[in-house]
Write a protein that binds this ligand. Structure first.
Ligand code: NCD
Ligand code: ZN
Length: 480
């Protein structure tokens, strides 16, 4: 044992017994000892003394809680869609123990003042741990460093229009922003769709009277992603900024990411259950509910995304939890339906159902849902793994008990889920965040305010072409 259990220097409050503990590389029958916030030992079954709290995980798998790199909790500004309490309750009930929250709130998280406001709201309400993204846009380049000092987890750059209508920055501002983030080693997530192509196509279709559900896809063909992913990779490679591609939805552009990774560019990529499992036939069935950016595409893309996960071109599964109210998603005119839908609570049961169906194994699942995002955001091995010293962030799952997803039962304020009626074959029976049970048998039992900002430590910055940055050519004296 790699701990202080034997000499009594470590206190154990809780023991999880008789489960199968899963990591990216192994599944072992083991008991887990928790002291305070952290795992203090993972041992052979039966050797740990009795603890104050005993949890029996017989017949269940013990997984690291999911780390979701992409959620929208809407507060401040759109509390009727979601708030930090309900969003993190949904996460807790879905086995997700750390979330990274997006800046397209009102005000957007583009200034220190807006960040402080969101930090207070989150601290008072969160059920799970969290990071908060800062915005990178046209007008806040001079604020990026103060946002870093004030504690953002990373940045988000909306290259293409989406909910919140935050304008895409110019290429000049984006490059300058990347130069700054490269110096600090921070990762920038991009919504990689080309704004100008989409705006022109939507405007022409609206003028021509097209407002059917598939018009949304027609406005945002794969080339929008190919171009924007290519541009973002070029800027990241040139500046040395770390890059993260949000919600990869199409087969196209995967070749750019495969090549970039082979060249050593630090780019990570997420996809979401909706892109792996749904296609235009579901859009025809569900209409506005499935309006989302990037769009759900024709059959065939999902297969390519699965393959890319297996090949390592896509690193992780996120949800893009994007809640809206029914009246905001039910207009017969697709252009009047808000984009996005909730997902943080349904990701784990849906993906574990895929494990049971043989599309991935449970070790790959914890790699893609927990270890890989924790690594990308500089919080591994505190998060994303169950081992001595890690935070005790745990989802206990029964892989033999299923159910039917019911929109009325989800904890998000938004019941507009495309997964209503979806049959699952796995159930999360308990979620723990830093040693405390926050969900038990489907019931939220945590206390609001338990969630904490996740400490991060990114690897050394590796800026490139520093003699050609805006800083070098404008702010430094000649000859630098
Ligand atoms: C997201 C939202 O509603 O905030 N919507 C969406 O369609 N995905 C924004 C985003 O991630 O693009
Ligand atoms: Zn997005």
């Amino acid at each position: 044992m790699d701990d202080g259990l034997e000499d009594g220097t470590v206190t154990v409050d809780t023991v999880i017994r008789n489960g199968k503990v899963v990591s990216p590389s192994s599944t072992v029958e083991a008991d887990v000892a928790i002291g305070g916030d952290v795992v203090v030992a993972v041992t052979a079954p039966g050797v740990l003394p009795e603890a104050a709290a005993e949890i029996d995980a017989s017949g269940c798998y013990v997984l690291p809680g999911a780390v979701d790199s992409h959620v929208h909790f809407r507060e401040p500004g759109y509390e009727h869609k979601e708030d930090w309490e309900t969003g993190t309750a949904a996460a807790a009930c879905g086995g997700t123990t750390t979330v990274f929250e997006m800046p397209n709130t009102d005000p957007p998280t583009g200034s220190v003042e807006a960040l402080r406001l969101k930090q207070e709201l989150a601290a008072a309400q969160a059920h799970v741990d969290y990071g908060i993204y800062g915005l990178l846009d046209e007008n806040n380049i001079d604020d990026l460093e103060s946002l870093i000092e004030a504690g953002v987890s990373g940045f988000k750059c909306f290259m293409g229009n989406t909910f919140g209508d935050l304008p895409a920055p110019s290429d000049g501002a984006m490059l300058e922003g990347f130069e700054i983030l490269a110096r600090h080693g921070y990762r920038c997530t991009v919504h990689a769709e080309n704004a100008s192509i989409m705006a022109r196509r939507q405007q022409r279709m609206e003028a021509a009277g097209r407002s059917d559900a598939l018009a949304h896809l027609a406005a945002r063909p794969e080339i929008c992603a190919v171009e924007a992913v290519g541009r973002a990779v070029a800027f990241a490679e040139w500046t040395g900024a770390r890059l993260h591609i949000a919600h990869k939805s199409s087969a196209d552009a995967l070749y750019i990411l495969r090549d970039a990774k082979a060249r050593g560019v630090d780019v990570t990529v997420e996809t979401c259950p909706q892109y792996l499992l749904l296609d235009t036939r579901d859009v025809e069935r569900l209409g506005g509910v499935l309006r989302v950016n990037p769009p759900i595409r024709e059959p065939g893309h999902g297969e390519a995304l699965w393959q890319a996960l297996h090949d390592g071109v896509i690193d992780m599964i996120a949800t893009d939890h994007a809640p809206h109210q029914p009246y905001e998603k039910s207009d017969s005119n697709i252009w009047r339906c808000d984009c996005g839908f909730p997902g943080v609570e349904t990701q784990m049961p849906i993906m574990l159902t895929q494990v049971n169906a043989g599309r991935l194994d449970i070790n790959q699942y914890v790699r893609w849902s927990a270890a890989a995002p924790a690594l990308a955001w500089g919080c591994y091995p505190r998060k994303g793994v169950i081992q001595s010293g890690s935070d005790a962030d745990i989802a206990i799952v029964d892989m033999g008990r299923g159910g039917i997803i019911d929109r009325e039962a989800i904890h998000s304020k938004s019941k507009m889920t495309p997964w209503h009626g979806f049959e699952t074959t796995a159930t999360i029976v308990r979620t723990m965040v830093r040693g405390r049970t926050v969900m038990e048998n489907g019931r939220l039992v945590g206390e609001r305010g338990w969630g904490r900002p996740v400490p991060q430590s990114m690897p050394e910055p590796r800026p490139r072409n520093e003699n050609k940055t805006m800083d070098a050519i404008v702010r430094k004296p000649p000859g630098f």
